[in-house]
Ligand binder design. Structure first.
Ligand code: NAP
Length: 288
C-alpha cells in the first residue's frame, strides 16, 4: 500500500480496540479495488467520544466504525441517524456528510446477510435468542423486522429480557417477543428452532462453557448460530451439531458488517471474490 497526499483515512473508535479485525477487512478490500485508503484503529479514552467524532470530521476522515463501549454514546454527536440504527439504538458506522456524520447500524444487516449466505431463513420461523445484552436487543429487532413468527428471548437476568420484549413488541405493534429465563428452555415445546447465541459465554478464553448445556435443549434446534467467533467452533456449536443441528459462528457477521460499511463509505459494490479475500485476511489475522 502506497500512502501519499491523496490517501483517505477510515478507522474504528473503541476502548479497547487493539483486538479489532476490521483493518484486515477494509485494507484488503481497498487494496484489491486499488482505492487509496487506509483503515486504522483509534483508541478513544473514556469520556472522549464527542471529541473523537468532531476530530474525525475536522481531519476529513471518510468514515468510521464505532465499537464497544461507544455504539450508543456516539448517537448524540451525529448530524443524522438511519432509521434502522435509531430503532436498534446503536450505531457502528459513521458516514461523512457535508456538515457532520450520519450513523448507521451495519451489524444487523451484516448478520442477516451472513444468515442468508448460510441458507438460514428467518421469515415465519420460531427463533430463540440466548442473552439480552446490546447485541441480543438488536437481533430481536432484526427478527421482528424480517418477519420471524415468534421470538423467545432467554436470559440469566429475566428483567433484561423482559425490557427488550416489551420494547420490541411496542415498536412493532405485535406480541412477537416473549421473555424467559434460561431455565425456561424446558418449557419450549416445539422443535426445529433457529437459536441465536448472543451471550459472552464460550468466548475465548472461557471455551469449555455453553450458556445452556442440557442435551434436551439442543435436540430441539435445527440451527445454532453463535455470534461468538473466537474460538471458531464454540461449545454451543459442538453441542448443536452433536444433537443433529447445523452450527455457524459469528465470523461472517463480522465480515459483512464491514463490507456493508465499506460500501457506504465508498459508494461502491464489493464483489463476492473481494469479500472472500477479506474473509481469508480476517481468518489469517486471527490465526484460524
Ligand atoms: P453484553 O451487552 O455485555 O451482553 C452480554 C450477555 O451475556 C447478557 O445477556 C449477559 O446476561 C450474558 N452473560 C454473560 N455472562 C453470562 C454467564 N456467565 N451466564 C449467563 N449469561 C451470561 O454483550 P453484547 O455486546 O450484547 O455481545 C454479546 C456477544 O455478541 C459477545 O459474545 C460478542 O462477542 C458477540 N458479538 C459478535 C459480533 C459479530 O460481528 N460476530 C458483533 C458484536 C458482538 P445478563 O444480562 O444476565 O448479565
Amino acid at each position: 500500500m502506497m500512502i501519499n497526499g491523496y490517501t483517505r483515512t477510515c478507522g474504528v473508535f473503541g476502548n479497547p480496540v487493539e483486538h479489532t479485525m476490521s483493518p484486515a477487512i477494509h485494507n484488503t478490500i481497498a487494496e484489491d479495488m486499488g482505492f487509496n485508503m487506509v483503515y486504522v484503529p483509534f483508541h478513544v479514552p473514556t469520556g472522549h467520544i464527542k471529541e473523537a467524532v468532531e476530530g474525525a470530521f475536522a481531519l476529513n476522515l471518510l468514515g468510521c466504525n464505532v465499537t464497544v463501549p461507544y455504539k450508543s454514546d456516539v448517537i448524540p454527536h451525529l448530524k443524522e441517524i438511519d432509521g434502522l440504527a435509531e430503532k436498534i439504538g446503536a450505531v457502528n458506522t459513521l458516514v461523512r456528510l457535508e456538515n457532520g456524520f450520519k450513523g448507521y447500524n451495519t451489524d444487523m444487516p451484516g448478520l442477516y446477510r451472513a444468515m442468508q449466505e448460510d441458507g438460514v431463513e428467518v421469515r415465519d420461523r420460531a427463533v430463540i435468542i440466548l442473552g439480552a445484552g446490546g447485541v441480543a436487543r438488536a437481533v430481536a429487532m432484526l427478527l421482528a423486522e424480517y418477519g420471524a413468527s415468534k421470538v423467545y428471548i432467554l436470559n440469566r437476568t429475566f428483567e433484561k429480557a423482559e425490557a427488550i420484549a416489551s420494547e420490541v413488541n411496542g415498536l412493532y405493534g405485535k406480541n412477537v417477543v416473549t421473555a424467559m429465563t434460561l431455565a425456561d428452555h424446558q418449557n419450549l415445546t416445539g422443535e426445529g428452532y433457529l437459536c441465536i447465541q448472543a451471550t459472552n459465554v464460550g468466548m475465548y478464553p472461557d471455551v469449555d462453557s455453553a450458556v445452556i448445556e442440557d442435551e434436551s435443549f439442543y435436540r430441539k434446534l435445527e440451527v445454532g448460530y453463535d455470534l461468538v467467533y473466537r474460538p471458531g467452533k464454540t461449545k454451543f456449536m459442538t453441542l448443536t451439531e452433536t444433537y443433529g443441528g447445523k452450527a455457524f459462528n459469528g465470523l461472517k457477521m463480522l465480515l459483512w458488517q464491514g463490507v456493508i460499511a465499506y460500501e457506504l463509505w465508498t459508494e461502491t459494490k464489493v464483489t463476492d471474490a473481494q469479500a472472500q479475500k477479506a474473509f481469508q485476511a480476517m481468518k489469517t489475522a486471527m490465526g484460524l
